[in-house]
Design a protein around this ligand. Sequence first.
Ligand code: PLP
Length: 401
Amino acid sequence: MSEFAKRMEVMEEAALAIKNAFSAATNPQTISFTLGSIAKECLPVDKFKEIVDDIMTKEGRGFELLSYGPVAGIKDLRDVVVTELLAPKGVQAEADNILILTGGLEAMNLMCQLYIEPGDVILVESPTFFHSVEIFRMFEAECIPVAMDENGMIVEELEEKIKKYNPKMVYVIPTFQNPTGITLSLERRKKIAELGSKYNVIILEDDPYRDIRYSGEDLLPIKAFDKTGHTVMANSFSKIFSPGSRIGYIYANDEIIAKMTDAKSATNSHTSMLPQAVCAEFFKRGYYPAQHKLLCDVHRGRRDAMLESIDKYFPKEAKRTSPDGGLFTWVELPEYMNAEELLKESLASPDINVAFISGEAFFSEGGKGSNCMRLSFGANTPEQTKTGIERLGKLIKSKLR
Ligand SMILES: Cc1ncc(COP(=O)(O)O)c(C=O)c1O
């Protein structure tokens, strides 16, 4: 048989972490803190059905939605992005600068199609989202880490590494970052936009969690400070509407959108019509404010349950982040502990059986994070979280030296 392309080997490690996360999440015996999913109570099943029943008729939009559609995405959804999602966040966009995508992750894929030659450098946060790294590696990019602190990516180090490596892109998840839950400070947002312009490098701002904030003040996105078009904003409807609908979007300048439209056309013609139309209609019918409140109320409770349980059941040597929103908490255990081994032991013991993602998967540089874990709090009720963290806490305490 023909040989597989080299890229299939380089992306193997990141791909395995994703497969493991999904398999733990689908075992009904396991309490799983693996996936970045929103609560199923927040999926708008009834409203979705109501809208489909209304619009999928021959007189209505049935023929349009079952036909080929525009590469850029349907106009009413692009308008929704501009008026309902970007304008309230201080970003004044035109619908022509929005491209609707098949899930937010497609942004990373298309950006690589546009910019990445094998060996090109992408600067990423350390740690960062492994699914994006999987895509970057598929394009044979070299991911170089930039350290973070409690205010996000450290901009002094970023500037040094831009000078040193001449990267094609800087990949940043500014709000309630995956995996740490950390939010990039306002000052650093401004600075990163400036660095993009100063060094002529693309800033890929991936911000799918920004709308699910449970405490603290909203911050303007990096894109709001971009005066030269170097920042490209990627976003998703997965955390505010439905991940299974696979809709996301990108906002960029004319030149980038034109190229990306060509790349999208060559990749999958356009995003599925029905979910786009239902999502647009959901916003146009005024359902989003109540949906947004529900999302924040439910996940605030789940976050609180996670943080309180960690404080109560984990040993005091464990350090955790304090996310103001999103779906993740990051825990650092004493250095001598190995999270991957804990995970294996947890899954092999029927009276523990709790899954999480061990930290190493999130470090593009390898060899780091073995004492860390990402705990997602979106998919479990507060009671399940309490039970899971109590069980995990016992296991961790048994390893204390
Ligand atoms: C940081 C980040 N970017 C992008 C995505 C992509 O989401 P989707 O492709 O489901 O829209 C996710 C999903 O978990 C994410 O955490």
